[in-house]
Design a binder for this molecule. Sequence first.
Ligand code: SF4
Ligand code: SF4
Length: 435
Amino acid sequence: MISTKKLTSSSAAFNSYLNAYVPHEVAVALWQDEYTKTEPLVYVGEQVEEGQIIARDSRSLCQIHSPVPGKVEKFSVISLPNGKTGPCLTIKTEGAFSFLGRPRKKQQWDFKFADQLIRDIGEKGIVNTFYKPEPLSRQLMQQKLRKENRTIFLRLYDLDPTNCADSFIAKNYMPQILEAMSILAHIVEPSAVYCLYDKASNIKEDAAAMNILFNTVPLHFIPVDVSKYPSGGTFDILNLVRHFVKAPQELSISRKDLFIDSMTALSVYEAIVLDQPSMTRFVSVGGEALAESKIFKVRIGTPIKNLIAECGGFCSQPSKILINGRIYGSAISTFDTPVTKYTKSITVLPKRLLDFLPTSPCIRCGSCRKICKAELQPDKLYMQYMKKMNLSSDEMKMTLLCSECRLCNMVCPSRLPLFQTINEIKKIAETHYED
Ligand code: SF4
Ligand code: SF4
């Protein structure tokens, strides 16, 4: 574990949010998660309303809605926040908003069956952003099919400590998050719900008043020392819960359970209680190359250059743009990249911080082995993979224990892509050794 003190930003600018200006044009990516590929339902020149379904996947797991009212201008291929390229449709903003600025009436949901709620979550386009973006409705269907005990875990802080969107939402929207968790508990019928929160925050006290929502399912709050990294991955959370409960041997929890972050919980609340599709995100924008740092509530499809302009532009020459944090993030090459449902942060780094240093051969310092909590040998696995040597089945299976914390990369003085290599081996191992 490492201390996050040097990594985190304690900027006062991240204590409140601004509504970003509605852009005159949005670029809505048709791939808003890692599993569904949607097809457009509109044509160029068509007039669309705010919240209208504009793209759908074949199983309606995660539909896409127009974040603005306007006219469909064009279809094109754009750079996405995950560093890949993909199709998008551009909508020119014009006409009256159906949701923006209009108060929403709370809907009753407790009389609905689980299947109906899952369908609503798919129709509203909710993506679970706990780790890799995935349609929540797909995960809920998988949970319903599981015969064994089910558990829901809610992370109320950021996976990457250089982000702040999830902890910001947890701090400001706790009643909404807990109502969302009771909706998910109604669907999944878990044996318990665990809410993991930053022990330095006062979240638990806020939450106690909402326990009434959980009259049938045990709700546990677990304080976490988030000043230590890693603490937010699936493996970390399972370990924290095992450590916290009195009789861990009686616990039946696993990676197959449902893991949710604050952002996803808030989206569930908006979808089910406010009957509102997924059209906005909270995104933090900062980094040493920007004049100011801010958190925005922003329309999906907004180009990130608009948010940078709202931060007062650059204070030094930008050299690298990172989406979703300095540890877990992806680098992108253009400021035209739009915000998607899985965008949580934008970090712009200046040239002076990025002296290019090439990789060099392993010096056998042992740092990667020492820091790896899964007790892997990242240097050895890297060498074997690069030399195309066959790995034993035991070595392959061991990679399944990798928690994807990336600490091996962080400590390697030779800057070798250890995590990326182990992840490649892990993908092969998953197809062979996981049921
Ligand atoms: S191999 Fe690297 S990424 Fe995987 S658990 Fe070990 S240190 Fe973390
Ligand atoms: S940290 Fe890097 S240089 Fe050191 S043993 Fe591991 S791979 Fe080799």
